[in-house]
Design a protein. Structure first.
Length: 339
């Protein structure tokens, strides 16, 4: 099952639509004929990610804080569906701003869940993370029913909202779905180079020395276009297949150790400079089963890490991202705007 023309009649609110995934999703929704309302606080000065979209028919933008119930209600007025992408995404930013992470990722998200029926929306998609599995025997694949073993505040906030949503879902008029998303990669108008695949590729393609910790730990990876595709698949799926469901988002064949990612990048370079060190800087180590979303929704990814790294190497070497080193616009490093 893939996104269909059904979206042409839909009005979708994307909370966090100026983000790394959000800017890609907004563009794809518009291409499918949906009318899109974007709500984003632009906490990373990331409004540039929407510059190419704001003069298209069917898109409107509101700058606002998801913690403000009145702002969310106004943005959601007249919409059919709500997709909640916005949060402090990633372990480092949550560790840097723990109070804000709880307010946004947990408390603010739960208030949105509690308001769903009042907002009158048909579908709600909450984006969570495969990091919730934390440490899981990589010899077995973690399905949606596997024990959650969070290793960070980021994952704990996501699990808190998941549980709140799943407890409420059976009594909601709104059809609500949780997507646990694999580690993102891929090019976006709001590009990030603080995520493993893109970080390793950019640093090596730019001729830098790369130090890799815990090289043999596993993660699943998913391209931002495929993450957007998964959201759209849920929005257009028969309600009985997605209501109160949790889906891992990714592909069984797109799971790699850090060493394997380096090896993929090295195929496109001459003598890359890489050093490996065991440091236990990040204990997460897991592989994930993506059978459920494939079997229940017919979802398949269209992109692979293997193809992507070659394209990014070429982009870096041709100067597309010549200002990336140390530029805060390319990562979730510092919250710059709250009000």
């Amino acid at each position: 099952m893939t996104p269909t023309g059904e979206l042409a009649a839909r009005r979708v609110l994307v909370i966090g639509g100026a983000g790394y995934v959000g800017s890609v999703l907004v563009a794809r929704l518009l291409d499918a004929g949906a009318r899109v309302q974007v709500l984003d606080q632009l906490i990373y000065d990331n409004g540039f990610a929407l510059h190419h979209l704001l003069d298209r028919d069917g898109v409107t933008f509101t700058r606002g804080d998801l913690r403000d119930e009145r702002v969310v209600a106004a943005a959601a007025a007249g919409t059919d569906d709500v997709v909640l992408l916005a949060s402090l995404v990633g372990d480092p930013i949550c560790a840097k701003y723990p109070d804000l992470a709880r307010e946004v990722n947990a408390d603010g998200a739960k208030r949105i869940v509690d308001a769903l029926d009042r907002l009158g929306v048909r579908r709600f998609v909450f984006t969570s993370t495969c990091s919730n599995y934390g440490i899981h025997d990589p010899d077995s694949l973690a399905a949606e029913t596997a024990e959650l073993n969070p290793q960070s505040l980021y994952a704990r906030t996501k699990i808190e909202v998941e549980r709140h949503l799943l407890a409420a879902a059976p009594s909601l008029d709104t059809s609500a779905t949780v997507l646990r998303i694999a580690t993102a990669y891929g090019m976006s108008a709001r590009m990030r180079f603080d995520l493993t695949v893109s970080q390793f590729t950019r640093e090596l393609a730019a001729g830098g020395d790369l130090l890799v910790y815990d090289a043999d730990t596993w993660r699943p990876y998913c391209h931002v276009r495929d993450i957007a595709k998964a959201v759209m698949t849920v929005l257009t799926a028969p309600e009985e297949r997605v209501r109160a469901e949790v889906f891992n988002v990714g592909d069984n064949g797109q799971q790699f150790t850090k060493r394997m990612i380096v090896d993929e990048v090295a195929k496109h370079l001459t003598s890359p400079q890489v050093a490996y060190r065991e440091g236990d800087t990040d204990p997460r180590n897991y592989r994930v089963s993506f059978d459920k979303i494939a079997q229940q929704l017919g979802f398949r990814v269209d992109n692979t890490v293997q193809t992507y790294v070659g394209a990014l190497v070429a982009a870096v070497q041709n100067g597309i991202f010549d200002d990336a080193a140390g530029n805060p616009r390319y990562g979730n490093h510092e919250v710059r705007h709250l009000g």
